[in-house]
Design a protein around this ligand. Structure first.
Ligand code: IMP
Ligand code: MG
Length: 197
C-alpha cells in the first residue's frame, strides 16, 4: 500500500473540523478539565502517537498544574479494525499509584484499545482515572467505555490531521479531514501488527 508522495498538503479530503473549530473546543475542554482538578496535580497520560498535538494544545488551555507522561501503544489487528489486543511499545515513566490520572486520547472508535488501557492503569491503583478524547466515533463502539470529556462526536468516517494518521501520514494537518481519494488506502490501514498508532 502506498500513498502518493506528491499529495498537496494544502487541501486534503473534506474538512470536518477547521483549525478554528478545534481551537475553540480545545480551549473549552481545557476549562472543563481544569474545573475537575482544582487543588490537584493530575497526571495526563497521552496515548501516542495520535494524541500528541491534542495534548500539547490541551495542557496549554488548562489552568491547573499537571504532570504529563506518555504511552506508546500498537494494536494487533487486521487491516480494518482494532482487535483490542494492545501491545505496549513504551510504558509510563511515572508511578500513578494514588494519583489522579487523565488519559488523553485522540479518538475512540471501537473502544477496545481504551478498555484495555483502562484495565491496565486501574491495576496500578490510581486515586482516580478519567478519560478525555478529542474525537468520539460513537456509532462504531463495540464495548462501552466511560468518557469523561469529549471534544467532538463525529460520524463513522476515517479522519486524519491534528495528530491522526493514515499509515503514519497527514498527522501535521492543522485541521481534521475525512480522507477520500481512490488511491488512498481503505479504513484504518495503520492497524498493522506492531505499528504504533
Ligand atoms: P479503537 O480501539 O477501535 O477504539 O481504536 C482507537 C484507535 O484507532 C485510535 O487511537 C486511532 O489510533 C485509531 N483510529 C480509529 N479511527 C481512526 C480514524 O478515523 N483516523 C485515524 N485513526 C483512527
Ligand atoms: Mg493512528
Amino acid at each position: 500500500m502506498s500513498i502518493p508522495s506528491d499529495v498537496t498538503m494544502s487541501r486534503i479530503g473534506n474538512v470536518l473540523l477547521s483549525e478554528e473549530a478545534i481551537r475553540r473546543r480545545v480551549a473549552e475542554l481545557g476549562r472543563e478539565v481544569s474545573a475537575k482538578y482544582v487543588g490537584e496535580v493530575p497526571i495526563l497520560v497521552n496515548i501516542l502517537k495520535g494524541g500528541f498535538i491534542f495534548l500539547a494544545d490541551l495542557v496549554r488551555a488548562m489552568d491547573v498544574d499537571c504532570e504529563v507522561d506518555f504511552m506508546v501503544v500498537s494494536s494487533y489487528a487486521d487491516r480494518t479494525e482494532s482487535s483490542g489486543v494492545v501491545r505496549i511499545l513504551s510504558d509510563l515513566g511515572l508511578n500513578i499509584e494514588n494519583r489522579h490520572v487523565l488519559i488523553v486520547e485522540d479518538i475512540v472508535d471501537t473502544g477496545l484499545t481504551l478498555e484495555y488501557l483502562r484495565e491496565l492503569l486501574l491495576a496500578r491503583s490510581p486515586a482516580s482515572l478519567r478519560v478525555v478524547t478529542l474525537l468520539d466515533k460513537v456509532e462504531r463502539r463495540k464495548v462501552p467505555v466511560p468518557l469523561d470529556f469529549v471534544g467532538f462526536r463525529i460520524p463513522d468516517e476515517f479522519v486524519v490531521g491534528y495528530g491522526l494518521d493514515c499509515a503514519q501520514r497527514f498527522r501535521n494537518l492543522p485541521y481534521i479531514t475525512i480522507l477520500d481519494g481512490t488511491d488512498l488506502p481503505p479504513r484504518s490501514p495503520q492497524f498493522r501488527t506492531g505499528e504504533a498508532r
